[in-house]
Design a protein around this ligand. Sequence first.
Ligand code: SF4
Ligand code: SF4
Ligand code: SF4
Length: 305
Amino acid sequence: MTSHLNPAIRQRIEQATGADSTMCWNCSSCDAECPVEIATDRLRPQRIVRFANIGLFEELIVSPEIWYCLTCRRCNRVCPNLVKPETLIRYARAAAIRCGAVSYETARAYYDLFRRFQRVRWHAVHHCLHGDDGPISAARWHSWLDTPIPDSTASISSQRSFKSNEPFRQAAKAADMSMCFTCGECSSACPVAGERSVFDPRFIFRMVNLGLAEELLKLPSLWLCVQCGRCTEVCPQRVDGCGMIASLRELAVREGKVEEGFVRRVRDAQKQIFARLLDEIDELLGLNVGFGNQASCPVALAECV
Ligand code: SF4
Ligand code: SF4
Ligand code: SF4
């Protein structure tokens, strides 16, 4: 593949994305904030911004890293220069498909894998909650990937815990939970809510408003949230959903609803799971990314960018 150190391409990418990549001063704040980088050391948003800044369009669109991203936007939020790596990543994915570097079928397979990946995370938390912190073997990974989350059969019959748990009530008040009118904007924006039976912030917030403290503090889904803050950003009622979930986790630990060591076990399991996800993405893309038997993009770059 040829490298194009090209200021004109850099300018065109900047115009096409509005990601403000040229403002990057390589501080690495985005790398330090990225949950995938933290778990695996394999996704550096700063590197992707660098590709755009040097005008390396082909390198940008064939980079597997653009498919490792959760699109959580934590990198966008933390950048002191208001650079938006996630915006650039979404542009790069669309360009990769548009240019034929990644086929439509491969992209569909990727999004299906990503949706089912949240099942694996849920099953891992569920096992950790029950004291099982065994390694995430290949057999477990594939079994969990294909196993939907069981429906809850418990009926909601009591709201007593809302009244009896003062810290829970205070947390709900601080997050303005009572303002929620269940519009679902949070669920639409949440990067983890690909399969609603696995994770749905609106569902959690509804449980808060029903006062179901006991049920919530034992809910595996609580630990799937990546604390990106998008639910809070998009809520038309200014409910702080992200803060509420953080408070629920703290309460679960403080009130002994999860065993000692649970948080560490979940963190370890998530590291293994994310690493396996990236390997799966590499395998999926391995034979399916690039320009066929051509060394580089057969179309003039200026038409693709
Ligand atoms: S959007 Fe999230 S996962 Fe993607 S690069 Fe930024 S911080 Fe990492
Ligand atoms: S976006 Fe806000 S109001 Fe709408 S369901 Fe979510 S928390 Fe409730
Ligand atoms: S902070 Fe909100 S949007 Fe982000 S993962 Fe958690 S629930 Fe979803």
